[in-house]
Design a protein around this ligand. Structure first.
Ligand SMILES: [Ca+2]
Length: 488
């Protein structure tokens, strides 16, 4: 047993010396290193595999997995401690889709990190290092499959090269994370109680003032807000020279990991934009290409030329009205003959592995039957049928047994569906802002009036050629300020 520990430790140290895994040695002159010279991902992936060849053999694989199994317990923290990886870069990393954390974190987690960051930095560091090792090992296993395939077939596709490069970052962070794990010493950590109490209450105040109203009704904080909070927290601790920001193992860790994180962001910018080549797949669809932010908006001040109208006995079931709006005019979906009617954006938008955000002001109309008094924002399967796979519906409570409520659903996997059920809200009448956001990782978050109401537990289906339209309508209802944004 002792021999194994020694052997494993030796191997862990040996890893630091492998060219390309320049883990604990920040490169002089900023984040430049040999990888920056590569403009082609296939060439870079091949060269990386060559320089680190020991890891891409069955023997190297077993050793690596054996050395890094300590990350297993990370699962119990849910991985949120990864937000402490690079406090200065966390928001950039999140936006770049580098973190596969869920769309939100529990309020309890936030309160817990205040406590650990101030009073028990060793515990925070252990959670962080275990999380990183857990993630790194998963990434390594993904990269390993591709490297082996390349070695067997002598062929590396562009897609495989990019996937390999993306996963190799977690792999490269393994030894830095392990160093942190090894350096954590809980016993000798001293904390001044008075100073700690003061800092804790200051941090709690910041949380209450800036973040508490961003909690969803499930008491969860959107991940981006959590990242900003962690940034605030580390800045305050740094100013006070306290807790985590006064803990040497963490300081060294951050210095080393930031070198890799900057390289990672640069590489993403270098290769990211050229990956996407989308062609219009629907007759009137307009393709969305490139890495730039896409935007589509309509305030209905002109006409309905950007929309296909579907359903109802005549096209006049959807029309622009000057008698309502945010401000007027707006789109009225009429319900005169008890038929459903939809306006479907002619543009379609790619949503797989990219963030797609759809929002609109919506208001239910005065339909003949109470159960038809709702307004709906949906993401459509195409730009013709009005069929949707994500849906947010606001219902008026005009009868005692028809409470004011919001309902969200989505389709995932092979024709399966999940939904929020009817969630009661104070008032269903009047205008509401509805928003559906498909995160880059496929998780769907629904917002009503800027409050998160539901986060999906599955990733949205990637069927329908990965292209989606915006669908508004249903029964008698009003719509304004439709907005779509997408970014890689
Ligand atoms: Ca308007």
């Amino acid at each position: 047993m002792k021999n194994c520990v020694l052997f494993c430790f030796f191997m862990g140290v040996a890893f630091l010396n492998i060219p390309g895994v320049h883990a604990a040695t920040p490169v002089k002159g900023g984040s430049q290193d040999w990888t920056s010279a590569y403009t082609d991902p296939v060439d870079l992936a091949k060269e990386f595999i060559k320089r680190t060849s020991g890891f891409w053999t069955p023997a190297g694989y077993s050793t690596t997995v054996a050395v890094y199994t300590i990350g297993k317990s990370a699962a119990k923290y849910g991985g949120e401690y990864i937000l402490f990886e690079s406090p200065n870069l966390t928001v950039d990393l999140l936006k770049g889709g580098f973190y596969s954390v869920g769309a939100s974190v529990a309020e309890d987690f936030v309160l817990d990190v205040i406590e650990t960051a101030v009073r028990t930095p060793p515990k925070a560091c252990r959670n962080l290092s275990e999380t990183l090792i857990h993630k790194g090992l998963t990434n390594y296993q993904e990269a390993y499959k591709i490297a082996r395939k390349y070695q067997t077939t002598k062929n590396l596709t562009r897609k495989d090269a990019l996937t390999f490069l993306e996963n190799r970052w977690g792999f490269q962070k393994l030894s830095i994370a392990r160093t942190l794990y090894n350096e954590v010493r809980e016993k000798n950590y001293y904390i001044d109680e008075i100073v700690a109490k003061k800092a804790t209450s200051e941090l709690l105040n910041i949380f209450v003032e800036k973040y508490q109203d961003k909690l969803g009704i499930d008491k969860k904080l959107p991940i981006v807000d959590a990242a900003f909070f962690i940034k605030d927290l580390t800045e305050i601790l740094e100013r006070k020279q306290l807790g985590l920001m006064n803990y040497q193992p963490y300081q060294t860790f951050v210095k080393n990991i930031e070198v890799l994180d900057r390289l990672q962001i640069e590489e993403k910018q270098r290769f990211g934009g050229e990956v996407e080549t989308i062609t219009a797949s629907h007759e009137t669809g307009v393709a969305v290409t490139g890495s730039a932010l896409v935007s589509f908006s309509d305030d209905f001040s002109r006409d309905l030329s950007r929309w296909n109208i579907k359903g109802g006995p005549t096209q006049f079931d959807a029309r622009i009205t000057g008698s309502d709006g945010q401000p007027s005019p707006c789109l009225l979906i009429d319900d005169r003959l008890n038929y459903g009617c939809y306006a479907i954006s002619k543009n379609v938008f790619r949503y797989v592995e990219r963030m797609l955000e759809v929002s609109a002001d919506i208001r239910q109309g005065n339909a003949a039957f109470a159960d038809q008094r709702y307004a709906q924002l949906a993401i459509g399967k195409d730009n013709r049928t009005g069929d949707s796979f994500c849906q947010l519906l606001v219902k008026s409570g005009s009868e005692p047994n028809q409470p004011n409520s919001v309902y969200c659903n989505l389709q995932w996997g092979d024709g399966k569906e999940e939904n929020s059920g009817y969630i009661r809200i104070p008032n269903g009448d009047g205008w509401h802002n509805a928003q559906i956001k498909i995160e880059k990782n496929g998780i769907v978050v629904f917002y009503l009036d800027n409050k998160r109401v539901y986060t999906s537990s599955h990733t949205v289906t990637s069927a329908y050629e990965g292209q989606a339209s915006v669908v508004i309508g249903g029964r008698k209802s009003l719509y304004d300020n439709v907005k779509i944004e997408a970014s890689n």
